[in-house]
Design a protein around this ligand. Structure first.
Ligand SMILES: NC(=O)c1ccc[n+]([C@@H]2O[C@H](COP(=O)([O-])OP(=O)(O)OC[C@H]3O[C@@H](n4cnc5c(N)ncnc54)[C@H](O)[C@@H]3O)[C@@H](O)[C@H]2O)c1
Length: 333
């Protein structure tokens, strides 16, 4: 019998769906969350209530497991102190457990790790996995940290990991933005299955979106997993068009934004905006990838130039295998 899958965040919206779906496939599960599990416990599953901040508990839960699906933690923007425990310290506990058990981690990252990229429009290049992190809050920043933690544990310890930059994973899309960002529950379940079962993935980044023609996401590592989404938000278009969410300037177009910010003339552009502009994005919630992105012009927290020095670390990878991480030379994240 295959080793059980450890699922964190099991009592959350996605955790409950994944627990039910994976259990229905006859998989053994170790479920955990800081909150009680609200559903009847599936066959071949056990549940233990634990705080991700408790490293001993995380190690104990991971013992004997064959994979960690990490969906627990602060899932929306929260004050830094509330993000710190579960999303930073907790993530470290997850990766330490994975290193000790020699198992792969699937990390529920988020579009909010790159939420301050402008939305690609018709004719623009889509965002690909190499785009710079542009977190739109403490939650998004913690997801960027999580992806980089995966990078470190792969490079240094050979811990495989898949980072799912989930868009909007809800039963049905509810606004126009989700024509681009929606990930259906069945597509996420199939993606999680492939993360568990794929032969070899190295360190991977996958956009968590369904097969939406209006998607903003481009190239990623899904081929390594053998995953392709099957659903599409397009069938909901008629009732979603014009339904905006959190939009303070409903008429915002790129031209209007550009006029306000002076950052970019309308027209074709590269998907990754030029770094190093001193101009902060305008204070709009539409126009940026992350819906909760509410930059304040001129504030000290405006995105700065992330020109990154090349790593000159003396860290010696201890992978134990001569095999280079597949494709890692192309991935800047
Ligand atoms: N649902 C989406 O559309 C979406 C989009 C992008 C990313 N994600 C990511 O997917 C993951 C799951 O999302 P969700 O919608 O199910 O969120 P959710 O809030 O419903 O579930 C998160 C779970 O984590 C648990 N948790 C919080 N702090 C904890 C702690 N200290 N110790 C143990 N457990 C703790 C909560 O009790 C909750 O059950 C999150 O990491 C989220 O950031 C979700």
């Amino acid at each position: 019998m295959a080793k059980p899958v450890l699922l964190t965040g099991a009592s959350g919206a996605l955790g409950r769906m994944l627990a039910a779906g994976l259990a229905a496939q006859g998989r053994a599960l170790v479920l955990t969350d800081i909150a009680p599990f609200p559903d009847p416990l599936p066959a071949l599953a056990r549940f233990e209530r634990a705080d991700l901040g408790d490293g001993e508990a995380v190690l104990r839960l991971a013992r004997g497991c064959g994979h960690i699906l990490h969906f627990g933690g602060a899932s929306v923007e929260r004050p830094f102190e509330e993000v710190l425990g579960p999303n930073l310290r907790g993530l470290f506990h997850i990766y330490e457990a994975a290193r000790r058990e020699g198992v792969r981690v699937t990390f529920a990252s988020s579009n909010h790790a790159i939420g301050f990229h402008e939305r690609p429009e018709d004719g623009d290049e889509k965002l690909d996995m190499r785009c710079a992190f542009r977190p739109d809050g403490h939650h998004g920043l913690s997801k960027a940290y999580g992806e980089l933690m995966g990078r470190l544990y792969w490079d240094k310890h050979g811990v495989e990991n898949v980072n799912l930059r989930i868009g909007s994973c809800v039963p049905e899309p509810v606004d126009a933005r989700m024509l681009s960002t929606w990930l259906s529950h069945p597509d996420l379940l199939r993606l999680a299955e492939r993360c568990v079962d794929a032969e070899r993935v190295g360190q991977a980044v996958v956009w968590g979106g369904s097969a939406n023609p209006a998607s903003w996401w481009g190239e990623d590592h899904r081929a390594r997993l053998g995953w392709a989404p099957e659903d599409s938000a397009e069938v909901f278009r008629a009732r979603l068009e014009g339904k905006r969410s959190g939009n303070r300037w409903p008429s915002a177009t790129r031209a209007a934004r550009s006029a306000r910010t002076g950052t970019r003339a309308p027209g074709r552009r590269r998907a990754t905006p030029s770094r190093g502009s001193a101009t902060a994005p305008a204070a709009a919630t539409e126009g940026w990838v992350g819906i909760r992105a509410t930059p304040s012009r001129g504030s000290a927290t405006a995105p700065c130039s992330p020109s990154r020095a090349r790593a000159t670390s003396r860290a010696t990878p201890s992978r134990g295998s001569a095999t280079a991480p597949p494709g890692c030379g192309k991935c800047k994240s």
